[in-house]
Design a protein around this ligand. Structure first.
Ligand SMILES: Nc1ncnc2c1ncn2[C@@H]1O[C@H](COP(=O)(O)OP(=O)(O)OP(=O)(O)O)[C@@H](O)[C@H]1O
Length: 425
């Protein structure tokens, strides 16, 4: 059934691609390059079928990708999932469209390595026919299965599930378009994809699963030294996305469930379903629908839909608080971690914030640095929040040149700053 649907989409997507190529020389440095790679594959067959641009599916997908009118956005229903995740049924349409619009001509940007294309039977045999015991994760849009390739390599196979076929394809191309262009030790690695029997992304397996599962479901508590390493790694991954990969990428859904942990607990940012590319000259982007996860959303995003790097800074601040306190961003009674922690930080009651399960085993200086970074990052005013590169410096304890700390009015910041700088002078 899905295969039939895919073959129907072949003309649709190929045509979209050909249209773009006709307007402009093929651009291998943008997600359209990924699409080209995609269409060159055997799976997409001959080009004869490309001659049907009038198909209604074609019109639909062009609409999806290119004309996200205000009206259509207003008409979108937003289901609220019980885990506080706000989803729009076309959540990834805009980032896909942006990807097409902002296609880069910067050759340096190309970090595409050949991605393997998996047949459905390869994916089935890797996962023992998508057996339940291999199901390792379930998000709002996908089921993720553990699998083993014939060479023994362990992989995670993300099978996109939600929405109709058009939406699944848009989600798939959108996420793949971003993932295929990033390359950093703290970003999840895309190994390949499969388009038979559904849309699948094949990723390197992170054996420890998500940070959320390690922090909240595992019997074995994460040691402080690992938590600190995770904090630093996520911040470094985000610096790469914001500044290091030749395009400004805003992740927009930084949360504990979207951080994977490798065998040595190195963090990897995953789930680029909401990610956005921002052109250099844009100060920010405004979205008219909320997408993301309650508990992590920056105030300016909630009130005005403003998206920029500070959206991720705020979310990281919440995540840093989770690492210190061992509490969820939003607990079962929907109490916000930020609202709970802020008054304690203002009163300098730092010890009350620390996760009791650490049983006093932590490095006090590192706790203060992580809390300092968190406190600055969750400030109401996005201008007062540090840049992600400054967050990294704070976490490393390089505070001397950081004027943003001096400007803060809260005693906790000043005291932490004085302690730190004083000690090093
Ligand atoms: N490479 C991987 N290795 C191990 N586990 C993974 C991997 N990728 C995903 N998972 C697990 O699957 C879960 C869901 O994955 P992911 O967040 O990509 O799905 P999603 O449907 O896009 O989620 P969301 O609802 O946040 O949009 C993760 O929280 C994690 O537990």
């Amino acid at each position: 059934m899905l295969k039939m649907c895919l073959s129907k989409f072949k003309p649709v997507l190929s045509c979209l691609l050909l249209q773009r190529i006709a307007m402009k020389a093929p651009d291998s440095s943008s997600p359209t390059g990924v699409l080209e790679e995609f269409f060159r594959t055997e799976e997409f067959g001959s080009s004869e079928t490309v001659k049907d641009p009038s198909s209604s599916r074609f019109r639909k997908i062009v609409q999806l990708l290119r004309s996200r009118s205000k009206k259509s956005l207003e008409n979108l229903k937003i289901p609220f999932h019980n885990n506080g995740v706000i989803k729009s049924s076309l959540r990834r349409c805009s980032s896909m469209r942006d990807s097409l619009r902002f296609g880069s001509s910067d050759a340096q940007f190309l970090v595409l390595s050949p991605r393997r294309i998996f047949t459905f039977s390869e994916l089935k045999s890797a996962t023992n026919n998508f057996a339940l015991e291999n199901l390792i994760g379930k998000g709002g849009y996908a089921e993720v299965y553990k699998g083993m390739l014939p060479n023994g390599q362990m992989v995670a196979i993300k099978r996109l599930m939600r929405g109709n076929n058009e939406e699944i394809i848009v989600d798939f191309l959108s996420e793949m378009g971003i993932m295929a262009h990033v390359n950093h030790p703290n970003i999840a690695k895309l190994l390949g994809y499969g388009v038979e029997g559904g849309m699948h992304l094949v990723l390197e397996l992170s054996p420890h699963g998500s940070l959320a599962s390690m922090l909240y479901s595992s019997k074995e508590k994460l040691k402080w030294s690992i938590r600190y390493k995770i904090a630093l790694g996520i911040a470094e991954g985000l610096v790469y996305l914001h500044r290091g990969c030749h395009r400004r990428i805003i992740h927009r859904d930084i949360k504990a469930a979207n951080i994977l942990l490798t065998h040595d607990f190195s963090p990897q940012i995953c789930d680029f379903g909401l990610a956005k590319w921002l052109p250099e000259h844009w100060t920010h982007h405004i979205v008219s629908k909320f997408e993301g996860t309650f508990g992590y959303l920056a105030p300016e995003y909630l009130t005005h839909g403003i998206v920029d790097e500070k959206t991720d800074v705020f979310a990281l601040g919440v995540l840093l608080l989770e690492l210190v306190t061992g509490r969820r961003a939003l607990d079962y009674s929907k109490q916000s971690l930020v609202l709970w922690a802020k008054p304690l930080m203002k009163k300098n009651k730092i010890r009350e914030l620390i996760d009791p399960s650490l049983a006093g085993e932590y490095e006090w200086r590192q706790i203060k640095l992580v809390l300092l970074a968190a406190a600055l990052s969750i400030q109401q005013s996005s201008i007062e929040r540090p840049e992600m590169s400054q967050v990294v410096e704070i976490l490393k304890g390089n505070l001397k040149d950081l004027k943003c700390i001096m400007k803060c009015r809260v005693p906790f910041y000043r005291k932490a700053f004085r302690d730190e700088v004083g000690k090093r002078d």
